[in-house]
Design a protein around this ligand. Structure first.
Ligand code: ATP
Ligand code: MG
Length: 298
């Protein structure tokens, strides 16, 4: 039986783009199962009352601001641009960064051209899809420039004679290099974040949001985590604890019929490498096992 609308929440996710696959995969890792048909804009959660709304990333801040969605996964760059452009309107709160979609908003100008430094930007024309972030950054540095708003292909603006410099998202820098552009400054670093609507209220919504957020945090913190299991003489415990990656406090249990021996379990923030395993063995560990951690709930 499908629950009524007010007992469900919606999370907005990019429909088709750089963040789509990671976002949907994260929701699956949180235990959400949903059916995604062709051209479906809403996927109904089948085992949790959390529906997924598939939209353009630029629409996500607005959907959060007007309360159409309780949660959203979107680049911090898009969220901050909307916040600056939106003035005094209540803006979505960032709950947590999600560890994918890393990039930076950077200023770049034609390699070997007249603009080589920040001062050279004064009085220039700068093409960007992020006018509010750029205006804010220029103002903070006392620089004046004409901002030319373009919604795509910003990197070719200088070649088309539309701008003297650009302000665009960069990850590897390959697109800049391919267009003979040289980076002059970084305005901000960005990654995908989980954001919450300022209107997400009510007991049911709050409980669902808290539950999903705890699962997301668990899925993220479990990502690189490993469970280390070993046996050792009790006398080696201090030396073993010293060697554990992340210095987690291990669980120690006795072994039946072997009073001098213990079994040790430790949650490590990353996988111990071979050298660390050899050192553990050298101080007395036996039967050392490293297991992946699928999910955690603190
Ligand atoms: P949409 O059709 O949803 O509006 P889009 O073309 O605006 O898509 P994408 O290019 O898919 O968006 O980028 C989505 C987000 O991915 C960006 O807002 C940014 O946070 C992040 N990102 C990571 N690396 C890059 C990059 N090299 N260029 C652009 N965006 C990047
Ligand atoms: Mg977009």
């Amino acid at each position: 039986m499908r629950l009524t609308t007010d007992s469900r929440i919606k999370i907005a996710v990019q429909k088709s783009g750089r963040l789509t696959e990671h976002s949907l995969e994260l929701l699956v890792r949180c235990g959400l199962s949903y059916s995604r048909g062709k051209d479906q804009l809403i996927c109904y959660g089948e085992n949790m009352p959390v529906d997924v709304l598939l939209v353009r990333d630029d629409d996500i801040p607005g959907l959060l601001v007007d309360g159409s969605c309780e949660l959203g996964i979107v680049g911090r760059n898009v969220l901050d641009e909307q916040r600056l452009a939106g003035g005094a309107a209540p803006s979505p709160a960032t709950i947590q960064p999600l560890g994918f979609g890393s990039c930076r908003l950077a200023l770049a100008a034609p390699d070997g051209g007249a603009i080589g430094t920040l001062a050279g930007l004064d009085g220039s024309r700068i093409a960007t899809s992020y006018p509010a972030l750029l205006a804010d950054w220029l103002q903070a540095r006392g620089l004046r420039a004409d901002i030319v708003v373009l919604n795509g292909s910003v990197e070719i603006a200088p070649r088309l004679g539309k701008a003297d410099a650009i302000c665009d998202l960069v990850s590897s820098g390959a697109t800049l290099a391919a267009n003979q552009l040289r980076e002059i400054a970084t305005l901000m670093r960005s990654e995908a974040v989980l954001a919450r609507s300022p209107h997400a209220q009510g007991v049911v919504a709050t409980q669902l949001i808290d539950r999903l957020c705890a699962r997301i945090a668990g899925a993220l913190s479990g990502a690189g985590a490993r469970l280390l299991m070993l046996q050792a003489p009790r006398s080696a415990l201090a030396a073993i604890t010293e060697l554990l990656p992340g210095r987690e406090q291990p669980s120690v249990v006795g072994l039946d019929g072997r009073p001098d021996d213990i079994a040790v379990q430790a949650l490590c923030s990353s996988s111990p490498d071979w050298q660390q395993l050899e050192e553990l063995k050298r101080v007395g560990a036996r039967n050392v096992m490293v297991l992946s951690v699928e999910r955690m709930l603190a």
